[in-house]
Design a protein around this ligand. Structure first.
Ligand SMILES: [Fe+2]
Length: 330
C-alpha cells in the first residue's frame, strides 16, 4: 500500500475541498431562531418558584416519543465532546477552523430548542432529563475510540479519516432519527421543530460526505480501511447514556431508528455516493477492506430482515392481546 498520508498532509491536500464546501454551506444554510419553535405561553413555574413540579400526567407524548426525544436530546448535549474531536482532527486553521465553529454553533441550536420545547410543554420529567445530561456529559464521547472498540480515554490520537467517515454516517442517522421522532410525537409543533433540525443535519452530512469522498479519491486504500473500520464498529453516539439500551430497543421496535433504516437510509446511500462497490482505484489493502465491508453488509441485510420479521411478530402479538382485552372489557 502506498505510504499512509499523515493528518497534516490530509488536511493540507483537502483544504481546498473544505473551503469549497464551507462556502457552499454558508450560501444555503438557513438561519433560524430556536425560540420560534417553543410554545412559551404553555410554560408554568415549578415548585421552586411557587408552581407545581412535573407529573407524568402532564406529558402529551407517549413512551416511544419520550424515549426518542430524550435520546436525541442527550446525544445533542454531548456537543463539547464532538467539538473537541473535530477541532482536534480538523484543526482550527483556515476553512477547517471556520467549519468547526459554524458547525458547533448550528448544532448548539438543536439542544437549545429541544430542551426548551420539552421543559415548557412538560413532555418529559425535567429532573430526570437533567440528571441524565449530567451523567452523559461527564462520560464524554470519542468516535475513533468506538470505531476501534476502545474507551474514549484509551485513544489519545484519533485519525482524521475515521472521524470524518464516522460523522458522515452519524449525521445522516441523526437526520433519520429526528424526522421519525417528529412523526412519533403526533404533535405539529414538535414535528416542525424536528424537521428544522433534520434539515441542518442533512447539510452537515453533505459537508462531511464530500470531504470523506475527496479523501477516498486522494488515498483510496487508507480511506477504504477507515470506512470499513467505522461501519463494522458503528454505534450511535448515545451509547453510554442512561437507559440507552431500553430506549434504543423502543426506538427500533417502533420505527424511529432500526437496522433496516440504518442499512437502507444511512449506509447504502453514502456508499453509493462514494461509488464504493464499483470503483477500481484500490490496491490490495483497499480491496481487502472493501471485501470485508461487503461481507459485513451482506450479514447486516440478513440481520435487518430477521429483525423486521421478529418485530412484526411481536407487534402482532401485542395487538392481538390489546384486542382480546378490549373484547373482554366491552
Ligand atoms: Fe444536531
Amino acid at each position: 500500500m502506498a505510504r499512509e498520508l499523515t493528518q497534516l498532509e490530509l488536511l493540507q491536500e483537502l483544504q481546498p475541498v473544505a473551503e469549497e464546501n464551507l462556502n457552499r454551506h454558508m450560501k444555503i444554510a438557513k438561519n433560524w431562531n430556536p425560540h420560534d419553535y417553543v410554545p412559551w405561553d404553555e410554560g408554568r413555574n415549578f415548585a421552586e418558584l411557587g408552581g407545581i413540579d412535573w407529573d407524568p400526567e402532564q406529558s402529551q407524548l407517549d413512551e416511544v416519543a419520550k424515549a426518542a426525544m430524550i435520546t436525541n436530546l442527550l446525544t445533542e448535549d454531548n456537543l463539547p465532546s464532538y467539538h473537541r474531536e473535530i477541532a482536534h482532527n480538523f484543526s482550527m486553521d483556515d476553512a477547517w477552523g471556520a467549519w468547526v465553529g459554524r458547525w458547533t454553533a448550528e448544532e448548539n441550536r438543536h439542544g437549545i430548542v429541544m430542551r426548551d420545547y420539552l421543559v415548557v410543554t412538560r413532555a418529559v420529567d425535567p429532573v430526570a432529563l437533567e440528571q441524565a445530561r449530567m451523567i452523559h456529559m461527564s462520560n464524554g464521547y470519542s468516535s475513533a475510540a468506538v470505531a476501534q472498540g476502545k474507551a474514549a480515554t484509551e485513544l489519545p490520537e484519533a485519525s482524521m479519516i475515521h472521524s470524518v467517515a464516522y460523522v458522515t454516517f452519524q449525521e445522516l442517522a441523526t437526520r433519520v432519527s429526528h424526522r421519525n421522532t417528529g412523526r412519533a410525537c403526533a404533535e405539529p409543533l414538535a414535528d416542525k421543530m424536528l424537521q428544522r433540525i433534520a434539515a441542518d443535519e442533512n447539510l452537515h452530512m453533505i459537508f462531511y460526505r464530500n470531504i470523506c469522498g475527496a479523501a477516498i479519491d486522494l488515498a483510496p486504500d487508507q480511506a477504504m480501511t477507515a470506512v470499513t473500520d467505522v461501519l463494522t464498529n458503528f454505534e450511535m453516539p448515545g451509547a453510554g447514556m442512561p437507559n440507552f439500551r431500553r430506549n434504543g430497543v423502543l426506538m427500533a421496535k417502533h420505527g424511529i431508528y432500526d437496522l433496516r433504516q440504518h442499512l437502507d437510509e444511512v449506509v447504502m446511500p453514502v456508499l453509493r455516493k462514494w461509488n464504493i462497490e464499483d470503483r477500481n482505484d484500490f490496491g490490495a489493502e483497499g480491496e481487502q477492506a472493501r471485501e470485508k465491508l461487503m461481507a459485513f453488509l451482506a450479514q447486516l441485510e440478513k440481520d435487518a430482515t430477521k429483525f423486521e420479521e421478529m418485530r412484526d411478530r411481536s407487534l402482532a402479538r401485542e395487538a392481538a392481546k390489546r384486542e382480546k382485552l378490549r373484547a373482554q372489557a366491552s
